[in-house]
Write a protein that binds this ligand. Sequence first.
Ligand code: UT7
Length: 331
Amino acid sequence: MSKISAAITAVGSYLPDFVLTNEILETMVDTNDEWITSRTGIKERRILKDPNKGTSFMAIEAAKELLKKGNIDPTEIDMVIVATATPDMPVASTAVYTASQIGAVNAFAYDLVAACSSFLYGISTAAKYIESGRYKKVLLIGADKMSSIIDYTDRATCIIFGDGAGAVLFEPNQEGLGVQDEYLRSDGVGREFLKIDAGGSIRPPSKETVDNNEHYVFQDGRTVFKFAVSNMADVSAKIMERNELSNDDVDFLIAHQANKRIIDATANRMGLDQAKVLMNIQRYGNTTSATLPLLMSDYENQLKKGDNIVLAAFGGGFTWGSIYLKWAYNS
Ligand code: UT7
């Protein structure tokens, strides 16, 4: 019997309706469209406005779209992973609730938390369950309500992030398609540069932490940028080298959408033309765990069976890495 590989066989996505444009941000903080566009490539992002809805709402919607498009019976799903940096609540798993709400009654579920690399690491995890031969349908969702942890008076962070969700289904493949290789890295040196100080076990929430805005994201953007630029390019070049892929062999780069300049630097290092670099940062900003599946969903029609795709991400922690996969279907 040929080796089982883990292939993506369906995708779905959800974006909230409210569009937060650079022009609206100009009225909220001291910034301007020219600065945001030239420094990040972002024009607008989506925000989940309903205060009673959390990350699970978007995860559920993305999963439902996938199930409908792929005509998939939710009772056949073995496992649900929600990759997120903004779970609905501490402790009670967002993935478990999501699985129940979509009717995946035979699945077990858990959250996977690795900042902006959550979805990339999630691909690695989902693939292992499939490759083991024990599980046949693994649903991986990347979802984040970043607006719940962003300080909209801090111009250094509020211009970057947006809300959204994307979902992919992994199934066994015996034609050699799906995940081929991965190179995943992490380094605790990043802990001080991108974090939320309060709300965890080191500094539980208190009136003082809330008064000091310590429950919001803090980012030393310049330092994170430097690490992201070199590390995302390094791992992408490494995965090409290791798999003897030339720039002609790579059909698409699907990279975490944090900053257009970081994506461009990675594409340059790989020697890729712009046409091969999938981009939607201008419309959604940085949706953290949702960037990679949102790209797959937006560009699904262009992805063809057998295409060589390099995925790359960089995020808080630091966490980063690249994955080489062969796309498994024509939509
Ligand atoms: O997804 C997880 C990983 N995260 C990332 O990969 C993000 C990495 N970092 C970045 O993308 C960039 O560092 C930012 C987009 C966050 C910032 O861009 P930058 O080119 O690194 O700007 P900077 O932080 O070095 O700031 C340059 C100047 C500063 O003014 P001075 O000190 O030079 O006078 C900032 O105060 O720009 C100022 N500035 C702004 N000006 C207008 C910072 N934010 C803004 C703003 N509008 N929103």
